[in-house]
Unconditional design. Structure first.
Length: 220
């Protein structure tokens, strides 16, 4: 993909861009972002285009994961790219380090601080990790049954460990009617929405998460 601004900086003017599109060599993915027609189409194509448009003058390979002028794919969009859950994706969601706006109802920007450990790379895009994505969705108070599905799938895929998850989600317990700070109880309650217990899931995936006994030791 290439942005209009990147093309102009390389001496490709608007007229040439128009000719390339007319000739069927380029197509516009979104305003100001174009793709070579012969290139492979990624499942993250729309997210890539929005991410590029946040900083249209910089090439993708020049941007750090935590770009002060860019953003990180997050929330429901991150869950989709990780192949987790079945949340409706009615808009592309991006966490940005500073307040900014975008005139596109199909894009949602949220200001928040992220650390290096919160971000991974998928299809060349910075995306919140499964752990951070689950925490973001809990912070938004997404329906517990949806969260249960995401947790189950993330454990199945070896993307999160149950003991780590219980440690990380305690601050969201009150939102779900659980004693504040009790991540283990919250995890039990969430998984119960999917007809599972933590013990069952830990036992089924002991090779990924550690044995159920280890999880119980971590709770004590």
């Amino acid at each position: 993909m290439v942005t209009t601004r990147q093309a102009l900086s390389l001496g490709v003017d608007d007229v040439t861009l128009h000719r390339l599109k007319t000739a069927g060599l380029l197509e516009t993915v979104r305003h100001g972002v174009h793709a070579v027609v012969s290139s492979a189409t990624s499942d993250a194509r729309l997210e890539q285009a929005v991410w590029l448009s946040l900083r249209p003058g910089a090439a993708a390979w020049e941007r750090p994961k935590l770009d002060p002028d860019g953003g990180v794919i997050s929330h429901q969009s991150a869950a989709r790219l990780h192949g987790l859950g079945d949340l409706p994706n009615i808009r592309i969601e991006i966490t940005v380090p500073r307040r900014r706006t975008m005139r596109d109802p199909g894009v949602w920007l949220r200001k928040a601080a992220l650390s290096e450990s919160d971000v991974t790379t998928l299809d060349g895009l910075p995306v919140t990790t499964p752990m951070r994505t689950i925490c973001d969705l809990l912070d938004r108070h997404v329906d517990a049954s949806h969260i249960a599905t995401i947790i189950h799938q993330a454990v199945d895929a070896g993307q999160v460990r149950l003991d780590d998850l219980a440690e990380q989600i305690g601050s969201y317990a009150r939102r779900y009617g659980v004693k504040p700070g009790n991540g283990s109880e919250l995890l039990e309650q969430l998984l119960a929405q999917g007809g599972l217990s933590v013990h069952e899931l830990a036992t089924r995936h002991s090779g990924v998460t550690g044995a159920a006994e280890q999880y119980e030791l971590g709770r004590s």
